[in-house]
Ligand binder design. Structure first.
Ligand SMILES: Nc1ncnc2c1ncn2[C@@H]1O[C@H](COP(=O)(O)OP(=O)(O)OP(=O)(O)O)[C@@H](O)[C@H]1O
Ligand SMILES: [Mg+2]
Length: 485
């Protein structure tokens, strides 16, 4: 029984339910925020896009720059050379006069520096004029620029030093070669193609500057796009982050609430179990009260019947009858007080040591035996339940000492051990069985007492002493709300 009660008590004490957080909320490693992820991934993509776009744009811009340069040079050439080479509409060669005029045109130093080479090709690939006279009249493999110019297109490209007309003159520099169609006056017929070689160096510088500024523009636009997108993503990310935190808080609150609910329902469950137990205890208490009080007195009276029967004289019989009467009167009083629900009213406001003393004196008076008494005075009053418990303990202990221990060496003590109140009833009577042996079936005195003590959170032991006799002891922790404030 003791074990069972302890098990219930320890089960009762389980109030802590481990707080469980959902793994997604707490255990997950912290991931980079959306904006940081965007900065890394978006930055990489944007850089690749910028390089591709920059390359295409600079290529396009430089090609366009070369083209517009070619067009302006070609127009200049068409105006300058066109009238002089009109005779090629009818002939494959130029007259000496025309060649002299052209020579004159390109004799100017400034023109020569800018345009080091100049040729006029016939549509058949023959050089009709060149400022390098030895190639005049030569036919070469028509350069691709010439073929395209024959379709009416103005082309500009870097000179190929492997081309026959360049090899023959030992030209190695990659100048800009512009092919421009020259039409017959008053018609759209292409009668010749002018090839002008323009020095690329000054233009290369311009081109490099153009490329640089194109790259700068692309980079600036990319950075601006990236910054704008980052701003948007960052704002969104911040909103998500705040919402995530709020959600986390909500989940935590919900978990906390759930935990509180669980604890509450546990407490309700325990309380209802406790109520049922208390009810049971109350019934057992009444049983114990009836047993410990009136039943003891009545059983004592029954013992006295034998004395009456065996009494030798009237005086002895009267004395025994008187004792019986007083025991039965007391039993009646107790039954009345129990039925009124007022258990042991005489100890209502007494300090604990007086309550113990009352129980001892009542036993002494009833049994006409001696009980040694040593009690401690507590600085603070104890609750009514403790006083009743102490009274019943002494009463039952002394009754057992009287009935089973021959009322020899009866001794009642109380002492404090920290916050623990200890009470003992010893006797030096004969053979005492252990509680384990004693409890089943033989009587309900110790059993009821054990219930009573344990309901207050205390412990009860009853054991045979090595030197003979019996020790009944109870221990109560007064720090657990058993003191009266
Ligand atoms: N002081 C003691 N000396 C010797 N034996 C004892 C002592 N106290 C208890 N016992 C033994 O333990 C048994 C159980 O005691 P318990 O008080 O529960 O029942 P009881 O006294 O026999 O009957 P009840 O108390 O119900 O009138 C007793 O029957 C007795 O054998
Ligand atoms: Mg008993």
């Amino acid at each position: 029984m003791l074990k069972q009660v302890q098990e219930f008590e320890s089960g009762d004490a389980i109030t802590e339910v481990p707080l469980r957080h959902s793994p997604a909320v707490k255990a997950a490693p912290r991931r980079a925020t959306l904006s940081v992820q965007f900065l890394i991934a978006g930055g990489l993509v944007m850089q690749v896009a910028m390089i591709v776009a920059g390359y295409l744009i600079t290529e396009l811009v430089s090609r366009e720059a070369i083209r517009s340069k070619a067009i302006s040079t070609a127009l200049f050439m068409q105006n300058l050379v066109g009238p002089t080479v009109q005779e090629l509409a009818t002939s494959q060669t130029l007259s000496a006069g025309a060649i002299a005029r052209l020579d004159q045109l390109f004799a100017d130093e400034a023109v020569k520096r800018r345009f080091p080479y100049f040729e006029v090709w016939t549509p058949g690939g023959v050089v009709a004029y060149s400022n390098t006279p030895q190639i005049i009249g030569h036919q070469f493999e028509p350069p691709s620029g010439l073929l395209r110019a024959l379709t009416g297109e103005i082309t500009a490209d870097h000179a190929d030093p492997r081309a026959g007309e360049h090899v023959i003159r030992g030209i190695r520099t990659r100048n800009l070669e512009i092919y421009s169609p020259i039409r017959q006056e008053g018609s759209s017929r292409i009668i010749a193609v002018a090839e002008i070689n323009e020095r690329a160096e000054p233009f290369r510088g311009e081109l490099a500057a153009l490329r640089r500024s194109s790259w700068l523009v692309v980079a600036a636009v990319t950075a601006a796009i990236m910054l704008a997108l980052f701003g948007i993503v960052h704002r969104g990310s911040r909103t998500i982050e705040t919402q995530r935190k709020a959600l986390e808080r909500r989940v935590e609150e919900t978990e906390q609430l759930l935990l509180e609910n669980r604890q509450l329902s546990d407490r309700v469950q325990r309380a209802s179990a406790r109520v049922a137990e208390l009810n049971e205890q109350f019934i057992r208490g009444i049983g114990a009260d009836l047993h410990d009080g009136p039943a003891q007195l009545i059983s004592f009276s029954i013992l006295k019947i034998e004395d009456v029967r065996n009494a030798g004289g009237k005086a002895t019989r009267d004395r025994s009858l008187l004792t019986m009467q007083s025991a039965l009167d007391e039993a009646m009083r107790e039954i009345r007080s129990i039925s009124k629900g007022l258990v042991l009213p005489e100890i209502a406001d007494l300090p604990l040591h007086t309550v113990i003393e009352r129980a001892v004196r009542a036993h002494e008076a009833r049994t006409r035996t001696r009980v040694a008494l040593a009690t401690v005075e507590l600085p603070q009053p104890v609750s009514h339940a403790v006083r009743i418990c102490a009274f019943r303990f002494v009463q039952e202990g002394l009754n057992n000492a009287y009935r089973h221990g021959g009322a020899t060496g009866q001794d009642v003590r109380s002492w404090m051990d920290g916050s623990l109140l200890n009470l003992s009833v010893t006797d030096s009577g004969g053979d005492t069985p252990s509680v384990e042996k004693a409890l089943p079936g033989e009587g309900i005195g110790l059993y009821g007492l054990q219930e009573r003590v344990e309901s207050l959170g205390g412990t009860l032991t009853n054991r045979r002493l090595r030197e003979g006799g019996n020790l009944l002891k109870m221990t109560l922790d007064l720090s657990g709300g058993l003191l009266v404030a």
